[in-house]
Design a protein. Structure first.
Length: 90
């Protein structure tokens, strides 16, 4: 009776092992900030229509990984949202 092999078969490689670090990544794409483009609206605490796009239903500020906003604009957004909250505009 032949011996049973435990686990992996010899000579087989997983798909992960076949990937090379030098291969170009064809799935990567550049995210652009919607507030840094030409003609984009200015981030201000008085612009409530813009601020509501970046606030969840519960009133929390959405993270930049979801909204694709750059780090600089995210800081401006968070400050202006907090100011609008203090003035009871939102």
């Amino acid at each position: 009776m032949p011996k049973r092999q435990s686990g992996k078969k010899k000579g087989k490689q997983s798909n992960f092992a076949k990937l090379s670090i030098f291969q170009p990544n064809k799935y990567k794409f550049k995210k652009t900030c919607p507030l840094s483009l030409k003609g984009a609206p200015e981030v201000d605490y008085k612009n409530i229509k813009l601020l509501k796009k970046y606030v969840s239903e519960n009133g929390k500020i959405l993270p930049s990984r979801i909204t694709n906003v750059s780090q600089k604009k995210q800081r401006e957004l968070s400050i202006s949202i907090k100011r609008a909250r203090n003035l009871a505009l939102i």
